[in-house]
Write a protein that binds this ligand. Structure first.
Ligand SMILES: *[C@@H]1O[C@H](CO)[C@@H](O)[C@H](O)[C@H]1NC(C)=O
Ligand SMILES: *[C@@H]1O[C@H](CO)[C@@H](O)[C@H](O)[C@H]1NC(C)=O
Ligand SMILES: *[C@@H]1O[C@H](CO)[C@@H](O)[C@H](O)[C@H]1NC(C)=O
Ligand SMILES: *[C@@H]1O[C@H](CO)[C@@H](O)[C@H](O)[C@H]1NC(C)=O
Ligand SMILES: *[C@@H]1O[C@H](CO)[C@@H](O)[C@H](O)[C@H]1NC(C)=O
Ligand SMILES: *[C@@H]1O[C@H](CO)[C@@H](O)[C@H](O)[C@H]1NC(C)=O
Ligand SMILES: *[C@@H]1O[C@H](CO)[C@@H](O)[C@H](O)[C@H]1NC(C)=O
Length: 474
């Protein structure tokens, strides 16, 4: 028997070679993404691939892809897979029989895909170089990301509840208590976790209750792990800083560097506004962040704790300020571009975010982030915080804010005391909906940013795209 397959790789790939022929591998990915079923016939004896035949099928023997006589044989492909497979004809002629399966659903989860191939001897006789043989075998694991976990702590009852919704597969939940600056795993008898699967969409939700043992704890964290993506999300509650501390006001500490486009706009080393890196040399922020008495200000990129000199940080001076010409110091056109003296170095911790394509709609859940005030009357935050707000119906924004709100170029959001939201010092930061930049933090109730009767207002980035593009050309 000839050695056949060797070449493999992929997202989250791990592999085992079974026997001497078939390559067995897991392919882990997320729903609606694609999976690369990478397989390549490596046989030096084969120089002529004209007679290559191969097909891919799933564990129900349903054919995804079939190839013979130098072309794809569409009639062999089952309708379940029609329009879902991408091939690479230019690579096939070298024995690379990789295909890509698109639009993954949970129906594809756990399926095994195998490829079989044959290559005739180039003498044209019926001798095979490679007989009809199984080459590769891939098991697909499809995950659905959980929504942001919620952590509610009741310090009277000394209990904490961590809730997760809408994910796949079932999460592993772990609790950690921070005690005298060291982490302690929590004993299982203090934890009660319940996980349910929805029969319609197959998604899991999970609720874990921790009975906090007596002791002087500094913080409690809930860690949820997605086994398919090998990814853990952590939410932390700090006891000493008061109720539901974390977000901006309320909310939570952001996972360090999970928002690599976040900028702290500083004057004399003091945070004054948030900003958003949209091009290596341009930061988007709010026009009201400009202070004539400032002189030059600096942007800090790649930061999590702005009071520290983190190695990931880049400090760049602002070269030019482009407040929108329509900004009069009031509420309208509250948007500004900062041109940096030099281009940011992009890295894992410093990335640009693109300008939005889609729109927002009422009730969409969006994220806000910043280093601003953590309670209405307290002080700015050292670490980046984030919270979730809800897009409010335009008519409500107009009814409440009256002449201050212009739906053409503003978006407004509602929030709860629990979810928290933006406050002083968060101006100029982003409103992110479905991973797209939609707004720049503009204004809240001047008396109290946590006043639920006044929705928070953001400058609508989409409206300003032509101005942004034009200005960045200067
Ligand atoms: C096989 O083809 C795919 C698609 O073009 C490519 O990504 C991959 O690197 C190729 N593998 C080998 C071993 O050539
Ligand atoms: C695959 O997904 C894309 C984007 O969501 C969609 O436009 C397309 O219709 C889908 N194709 C199939 C075959 O479901
Ligand atoms: C915390 O740890 C430090 C150093 O290990 C120790 O000196 C101190 O007594 C501890 N405090 C408490 C409250 O346990
Ligand atoms: C892929 O997903 C499976 C199923 O959840 C899991 O057992 C396996 O560890 C994952 N592999 C990697 C490399 O994360
Ligand atoms: C999951 O990730 C951790 C750290 O990122 C790594 O050490 C571990 O090997 C990974 N597990 C699997 C199954 O790939
Ligand atoms: C400008 O900054 C100074 C010093 O930080 C401050 O006292 C003043 O109120 C600011 N002006 C505006 C318009 O924000
Ligand atoms: C937020 O606004 C949406 C859209 O108008 C509405 O459905 C929802 O009930 C509001 N939520 C709160 C807490 O006011």
């Amino acid at each position: 028997m000839l050695p056949k397959v060797i070449s493999v790789f992929g997202l989250f790939s791990s592999f085992v070679v079974a026997g001497d022929a078939t390559l067995v591998r897991d392919v882990n990915t997320t729903i609606s993404h694609s999976a690369v079923l990478e397989c390549s016939i490596q046989d030096r004896a084969i120089t002529d691939w004209k007679s290559l035949r191969f097909y891919w099928q799933d564990d129900r023997n349903v054919v995804l892809y079939s190839y013979n006589n130098g072309r794809k044989v569409a009639e062999h492909v089952n309708e379940l897979y029609q329009h879902r497979v991408t091939d690479f004809p230019q690579d096939i002629v070298r024995g690379n029989i990789t295909i890509v399966l698109k639009n993954l659903t949970l129906d594809d989860n756990g399926r095994t895909y195998s490829s079989f191939a044959a290559v005739l001897d180039d003498s044209g006789t019926t001798r095979y170089h490679l007989e009809h043989t199984q080459i590769c075998e891939m098991t697909l694991h499809v995950a659905v990301l959980y929504q942001e976990p919620r952590l509610d702590v009741n310090t009277e009852a000394m209990s904490a509840v961590c809730s997760l919704q809408g994910g796949f597969p079932a999460p592993d939940i772990q609790w950690v208590l921070l005690h005298n600056s060291s982490h302690q795993a929590v004993e299982s008898r203090n934890v009660n976790t319940e996980t349910k699967q929805n029969v319609h969409d197959h998604l899991y939700s999970s609720r874990s209750i921790l009975h906090i043992p007596a002791g002087r704890h500094e913080a409690v964290s809930c860690l949820s792990h997605n086994p398919t993506l090998n990814r853990t999300v952590k939410v932390t509650h700090y006891f000493n800083t008061g109720a539901a501390e974390s977000g901006i006001v309320g909310g939570r500490e952001a996972k360090p560097h999970s928002r690599p486009y976040m900028v702290s706009v500083q004057y004399r080393g003091v945070h004054s506004c948030g900003g958003i890196l949209i091009q290596r040399d341009f930061v988007l922020t709010a026009a009201h962040c400009k202070n004539e008495t400032w002189g030059s200000c600096t942007v800090v990129l790649g930061a999590h704790d702005i009071t520290k000199k983190e190695r990931t940080q880049q400090r760049i001076e602002v070269d030019e300020y482009f407040a929108h010409p329509g900004f009069t110091g009031q509420y309208e056109y509250d948007i500004m571009l900062l041109k940096l003296k030099k281009k940011a170095k992009l890295s894992k911790n410093v990335k640009t975010i693109g300008l939005p394509e889609g729109k927002t709609s009422a009730n969409m859940k969006c994220a806000v982030a910043g280093w601003g005030w953590t309670t209405a009357h307290d002080c700015p935050s050292n670490v980046l915080k984030e919270a979730t707000e809800n897009i409010e119906a335009t008519s409500n924004c107009e009814n409440i804010w009256q002449q201050y709100f212009n739906s053409d170029h503003m978006i407004c959001t509602n929030f709860t005391k629990k979810s928290g939201g933006i406050c002083r010092g968060d101006s100029g930061g982003p409103l992110i909906c479905k991973n797209k930049l939609q707004g720049v933090t503009a204004y809240t109730s001047p008396e109290d940013c946590t006043d639920l009767s006044y929705p928070h207002v953001f400058t609508k980035v989409r409206f300003f795209i032509p101005w942004i593009k034009e200005t960045m050309k200067k």
